[in-house]
Design a protein around this ligand. Structure first.
Ligand SMILES: Nc1ncnc2c1ncn2[C@@H]1O[C@H](COP(=O)(O)OP(=O)(O)O)[C@@H](O)[C@H]1O
Ligand SMILES: CC(C)(COP(=O)(O)O)[C@@H](O)C(=O)NCCC(=O)O
Ligand SMILES: [K+]
Length: 257
């Protein structure tokens, strides 16, 4: 059975794939100091708790934080007796082309999103991922990753206001009732929420104009539903897009490597 690990700058998600469905998914904060032994105690406890008694034979990792990969490799080797596939490493094959400037190390999460999007929808896509950063990944007609956009994340923007301005509190994002806020929190939420709606609209419109074609816009990431409900910003929303992409890449490597 496959253990798929998606490590972002904020959260790391572990999912077990039985070949047809994810039978367990768990989330932990990303901390590069965490050792293989710590991961194993955490994971095996949660598996036991949910009565998941399966043998993990394969591990695939996508990590936007290079330092965590070492301990995840040790986890795979020591506890599951397998060599993990690490997306972005030369020995991990991708079913799509990557057409960017020479020497660019594209975030593995963006490659995985591209593969997942192409598998589910075909080409000509804009994948919008609301993570620590908000990324737009452009998928060409043939499924290639051809670049995109990196913007500050929603929570990062709110946190930056709090960090830099003495009188601005820590605020969680939510959809404000009105654009004109009548208190500090409402003003901050409005700036970030409506600012983001505008950002998404403008960037998607410009990508479509630059590429001179219509494209499907697919959203993913924890905060995507918040934006989905407000406006018709996206053609579709996929909660477990990155996990789906990891299963596709794993299968491709098994068949071709
Ligand atoms: N359902 C949610 N509601 C509110 N905030 C969320 C939710 N899911 C994730 N977040 C927040 O969104 C940000 C990005 O989370 P995540 O998608 O896990 O990022 P990454 O993949 O970069 O680790 C984090 O600040 C996280 O706390
Ligand atoms: C842009 C990112 C920081 C997004 O990471 P995330 O928000 O998922 O943690 C990550 O994809 C990354 O480190 N990219 C490297 C540069 C690039 O993709 O061009
Ligand atoms: K992201």
């Amino acid at each position: 059975m496959l253990l798929a690990i998606d490590c972002g700058n904020t959260n790391t998600v572990f999912s077990i794939w039985d070949g047809e469905a994810f039978i367990g998914t768990w989330r932990t904060a990303t901390e590069w100091q965490r050792t293989a032994d710590q991961y194993y105690v955490w994971l095996s406890t949660l598996m036991k708790f949910q009565n998941i008694d399966v043998e993990i034979t394969d591990v695939i990792v996508s990590s936007t934080v290079p330092r965590v990969v070492f301990n995840l490799r040790v986890l795979a080797d020591r506890y599951f007796n397998t060599r993990p596939i690490v997306v972005g490493k030369p020995d991990c094959l991708l079913p799509v082309d990557v057409r960017v400037d020479a020497g660019t190390a594209v975030g593995p999460d963006r490659l995985v999103n591209t593969v997942a999007g192409f598998d589910l929808y075909g080409g000509d896509l804009i994948m919008v991922d609301f993570g620590t950063a908000t990324t737009f990944d452009v998928v060409a007609e043939d499924g290639a990753y051809v670049g995109g956009v990196i913007a500050p994340g929603v929570n990062l923007s709110l946190e930056a206001l709090h960090q830099a301005a003495a009188a601005l509190p820590h605020v969680d994002i939510s959809k404000p009732q009105a654009v004109v806020g009548t208190n500090t929190v409402a003003c901050m939420q409005s700036g970030v929420f409506w600012g983001y709606v505008g950002l998404v609209k403008e960037i998607c419109a410009r990508i479509k104009a630059e590429r001179d074609r219509d494209m499907k816009v697919i959203s993913t990431g924890g905060l995507a539903p918040l934006f989905q409900q407000s406006q018709a910003l996206f053609d579709d929303f996929q909660d477990d897009l990155t996990m789906h992409g990891l299963t596709v890449i794993h299968r491709y490597n098994k068949e071709n490597n």
